[in-house]
Design a protein around this ligand. Structure first.
Ligand code: IPE
Ligand code: IPE
Ligand code: MG
Length: 250
């Protein structure tokens, strides 16, 4: 028997929503949003920043504890260099314009992804963002930048192998927790929900290890159109899912 509250016929505002502890978002469709309006792709990325501001507010307001946003993948280097440098510029400008407000709003920011291949200035900005918000206790905002899940797992494997080689760890003691502790998301709960905008239905190398039991929700809206109505619809879909984790459910 289901233990879910019988709210199916209630209007959306009165439905009890399950709020995921951790939401991961694949923010896709900036280019298509721009193209539909006869604009350059870069305009879509700019509009996407507004949607980032909206979802951070929404996540805080709805009591989400962790929000991970996929903002640049390790595969996105395949794009034209002008677009790549525009996206990098947007990150710099976002930090310059929004860091103080996020810090005041108790948001704790972590950036995951490969830092080694980023320029020194960007690495400095990343360190500054994390240091400025390190003591905050509100929303955990994780930005996946220059991030690829397979590269993340490979990097974790290298560190674990070094520990085994140095005798600090026994090979027989490596388990799921060992791997999780060596990923960029160490210490954070696994995502309960992964959302992808723009109608694409794939993970594109996002949080592959961590999303083992995440609910996947795909919406048609392009990322710059993401707003509270889309957010609530996604939470409704999540609320209706029966998460069984390999068991037989409720
Ligand atoms: C998502 O939008 C932003 C990044 C991947 C950086 P896209 O730029 O992928 O937009 P589409 O998929 O081409 O429409
Ligand atoms: C995934 O979107 C990466 C980000 C949202 C940052 P892409 O647009 O790069 O994914 P593919 O290439 O369509 O799979
Ligand atoms: Mg895309």
């Amino acid at each position: 028997m289901s233990t879910k509250p019988a709210v199916a016929s209630a209007p959306p505002a009165q439905q009890t929503l399950s709020v995921p502890r951790h939401i991961g978002v694949i923010m896709d469709g900036n280019g298509r949003w721009a193209k539909l309006r006869g604009l350059r792709r870069t305009e879509g990325h700019k509009a996407g920043v507004e949607a980032v501001r909206r979802i951070v507010e929404l996540a805080s307001a709805y009591g989400v504890s962790c929000l991970t946003l996929f903002s640049f993948s390790s595969e996105n280097w395949r794009r034209p260099p002008e677009e790549v440098s525009f996206i990098f510029g947007l990150l710099r400008r976002f930090v310059a314009s929004d860091l103080d407000r996020l810090a005041r709003n108790n948001v704790k920011i972590r950036i995951i992804g490969d830092r080694e291949t980023l320029d020194k200035e960007l690495r400095r900005i990343i360190e500054e963002v994390e240091a400025t918000t390190a003591a905050n206790t509100g929303l955990n905002l994780v930005i996946a930048f220059n991030y690829g899940a397979q590269a993340e797992i490979a990097a974790a494997t290298r560190v674990i192998a070094q520990k085994v080689a140095q005798g600090a760890l026994a090979a027989d003691d490596i388990n799921e927790t060992t791997i999780a502790e060596h990923l960029g998301t160490h210490g954070l709960p696994d995502p309960d929900l992964i959302v992808r905008t723009s109608g694409e239905m794939r993970l594109s190398n996002f949080l592959l290890w961590q999303s083992a039991y995440a609910e996947l929700v795909f919406v048609e809206e392009n990322w710059p159109d993401f707003d509270e109505s889309v957010f609530v619809r996604v939470l409704q879909t999540f609320t209706e899912r029966d998460r069984r984790f390999g068991g037989i459910g409720t």
